[in-house]
Design a protein around this ligand. Structure first.
Ligand code: 6PG
Length: 239
């Protein structure tokens, strides 16, 4: 795991974005196509804005989401809407390469459809997991990542691709990629910024391994090819 510290959130997001663009370019040069899954939240805003202005051939990129809230795509909480407004529309990302989660549907149907779409695009044999070239993740103040929140039994799931989960504390359905897929990624770029993440980051990195309490530990303790981009505020409690 590489920990890369920046002065502030914008600088960390810029560094994370530069790393992701480099990984995408490298992948496209080697294989002609790159498949990436992005997260939502608010931290990625400067990174998505960087992508929208980048002179990059998005035609070679297949875009997926790590997770989505159980809302329509035009809802203010939608991760798809957030990416569309900050990156995909201004960046003229080709619609045919956008694989959004249809989380406006009944949650289990949405999870089934997304599983099918991922399986189709990756041409997966039955039972195989997709190996994303790049997965972008964030971390919440409670140590969640993707939509794997503390206490979520799905943190043990290494076999399936996608699941619907009712996030009790938010009273909200979410659709999320599962840990087996997160760990199968060739490269993972985590962007963690803000003082409200400092306590959780200390527990995730230095605390007892307890992924049910701190789901981000699954990725931060086990993922290969992991770069973690931090600002000073989030890294205040780690050495
Ligand atoms: C979501 C995200 C989630 C996010 C973290 C951090 O749907 O909210 O996928 O996992 O990455 O909650 O969010 P912030 O960037 O807003 O701190």
């Amino acid at each position: 795991m590489n920990l890369l510290r920046s002065r502030d959130a914008a600088e960390a997001a810029g560094a994370c974005g530069a790393r992701i663009l480099h990984l995408l370019e490298e992948t496209i040069s080697a294989s002609g196509v790159a498949r990436i899954a992005i997260s939502g939240g608010s931290s990625p805003r400067p990174m998505f804005q960087k992508f929208s202005a980048a002179p990059f051939d998005w035609n070679r990129v297949q875009l997926f989401w790590v997770d989505e809230r159980g809302v329509p795509p035009d809802d203010a909480q939608s991760n798809f809407r957030f990416a569309k407004e900050t990156w995909l529309a201004p960046g003229h990302f080709p619609e045919k390469n956008i694989h959004r989660i249809h989380a406006e549907l009944e949650p289990h149907e949405a999870a089934r459809l997304y599983t099918q779409e991922v399986s189709d695009v990756f041409a997966l044999p039955p039972g195989d997991l997709p190996r994303f070239d790049v997965i972008h993740l964030g971390m919440g103040p409670d140590g969640h990542t993707a939509s794997l929140f503390p206490g979520e039994p799905l943190i043990e799931n290494r076999r399936s691709i996608v699941s619907a989960t009712l996030v009790e504390k938010l009273k909200q359905w979410r659709i999320t990629l599962l840990p087996g897929v997160l760990l199968a990624a060739r490269h993972t770029a985590m962007l963690i910024t803000g003082a409200d993440k400092a306590d959780a980051l200390k527990s995730v990195l230095d605390g007892r391994y307890d992924p049910k309490q701190f789901p981000a530990q699954v990725v931060m303790r086990h993922a290969e090819g992991l770069d973690v981009f931090l600002d000073q505020a989030a890294s205040a409690e780690i050495d």
